[in-house]
Design a protein around this ligand. Structure first.
Ligand code: NG1
Length: 404
């Protein structure tokens, strides 16, 4: 369900913009926080996120013909209208309407002719924060199109289709966000493997609390952060090619996962030191250490070993900071603040370059952690709205669904 006030607002705007509320439906798609396994998805290595209670909710109704008309309850986002044609041309870079167009183009390519819809969007996932507000919008729009066009598609196929489809907006991402947004489960984290896509739901121990804290640095993935982000897949591919070109090192291993499966990580790291130059050496170091950490972290969660899970999060952060170079001083400070307040572990989450950190602590310690973050991180900075906008107690929730 969604909060009554929000529901009322959606209905009010739909009625005002499009007339009748007859035959409307409501869909929601959650954001996510990635617990460990960062920048691994587009390298075919696993990730370990949870879908969270913040979401995109869309009230919609079918239309005859190819037109899509979109409104947003926030005046920040202007009205958008477009037609479902075989080539849906994008709005300028960074336009919010492109996420709806990304879903439309992906489904047009797969299913051909589609009818459009009228819809009103309401979102409460912080934007440009590494919590996947963009994929939530893509997923929600894709579900609307499948429903009104009576398309049936297997969830795994849709996850894959949308992972590729979201590249429409210009980001060369992997498949984590679309998979967890659709496949999330209540009280479970989702280990996701790629090629082929596989989801392993893992119960999150009841007394574990993941706390998301915003660094107050916006990582706008349609601007500068997009260029920095897109540089990483190129560097990672190049690192692998260069490593493999030293033919004595596993010429049969075509991918990072094959390399990791065949050669001990320590050996890979020392070989990389010998043969790779910067920045390839560091990118390679991050990937071959972060990949195995995901499986270890899942094991720690299954064993209820909070300390170990926390330690792995810390290692992940160090690797992202030093080797992958996607953190920033504010994220590092957040991580330090969380650890000083007794968190078992903390790390930046999502693409980085700003956005959020995620910390793990015993649920009973949460008030102390929150107090410390408020006192030591947020108080000296001016925050434009309430602290609850920047500090989220993550709860693993179900993936995207129709409410009615
Ligand atoms: P966020 O954090 O939502 O910008 C991006 C990619 C993921 C993944 C992470 C880093 C998209 C849609 N998402 O997520 O696939 O690569 O960065 O782990 O590009």
């Amino acid at each position: 369900m969604i909060a009554k006030v929000r529901h009322r607002k959606l209905k009010g705007v739909l009625q005002q913009e499009f007339g009748s509320l007859k035959e409307t439906h409501l869909v929601r798609a959650p954001g996510r926080v990635n617990l460990i396994g960062e920048h691994t998805d587009y390298n075919g290595l696993p990730v370990f996120p949870i879908a969270i209670q913040r979401d995109i909710a869309i009230l919609f109704r079918a239309r005859k013909g190819p037109r899509v008309r979109l409104r947003n309850v926030s005046e920040h986002f202007g009205a958008r209208e477009f037609s479902l044609e075989s080539v849906v041309s994008p709005y300028p870079k960074g336009d919010w309407g492109n996420y709806a167009k990304a879903a439309a183009q992906a489904l047009m390519d797969r299913f051909g002719h589609l009818s459009g819809f009228d819809a009103v969007v309401s979102g409460n996932i912080p934007m440009a924060a590494g919590l996947s507000s963009s994929s939530a919008l893509v997923v929600a729009c894709s579900l609307i199109l499948t429903r009104i066009n009576e398309i049936s598609i297997e969830p795994l196929e849709l996850m894959d289709l949308l992972a590729k489809g979201e590249r429409y907006v210009g980001t060369q991402g992997g498949g984590m966000d679309q998979a967890v947004c659709l496949g999330g489960q209540r009280n479970k984290a989702l280990k996701i493997d790629f090629s082929p896509l596989r989801l392993s739901p893992t119960p999150v121990p009841e007394h574990w609390q993941f706390v998301i804290a915003h660094s107050l640095v916006v990582a706008d993935k349609s601007g500068e952060a997009q260029e920095k982000y897109n540089a990483r897949p190129v560097e990672c591919r190049e690192a692998l090619t260069r490593f493999r070109s030293h033919s004595q090192f596993q010429p049969d291993s075509q991918t990072y996962s094959e390399l990791i499966a065949r050669v001990p990580v320590e050996t890979l790291l020392s070989l990389a030191d010998e043969v790779l130059e910067e920045p390839y050496r560091r990118r390679f170091r991050h990937l071959v250490s972060e990949g195995p950490r995901v499986e270890e972290a899942r094991g720690a969660m299954l064993d209820g070993d909070l300390e170990k899970f926390g330690r792995l999060m810390n290692e992940s952060h160090t690797s992202l900071r030093k080797d992958f170079e996607v953190s920033c001083p504010e994220l590092d400070e957040l991580v330090e603040t969380c650890l000083a307040a007794g968190a078992a572990g903390a790390r930046m989450t999502g693409a980085g370059f700003g956005g959020c950190a995620v910390a793990l602590c015993e649920a009973s310690r949460t008030p102390f952690l929150v107090e410390s973050l408020e006192k030591d991180f947020y108080r000296s900075r001016s925050i434009p709205s309430q602290l609850t906008e920047y500090l989220i107690m993550a709860r693993p929730v179900e993936g995207a669904s129709f409410i009615y």
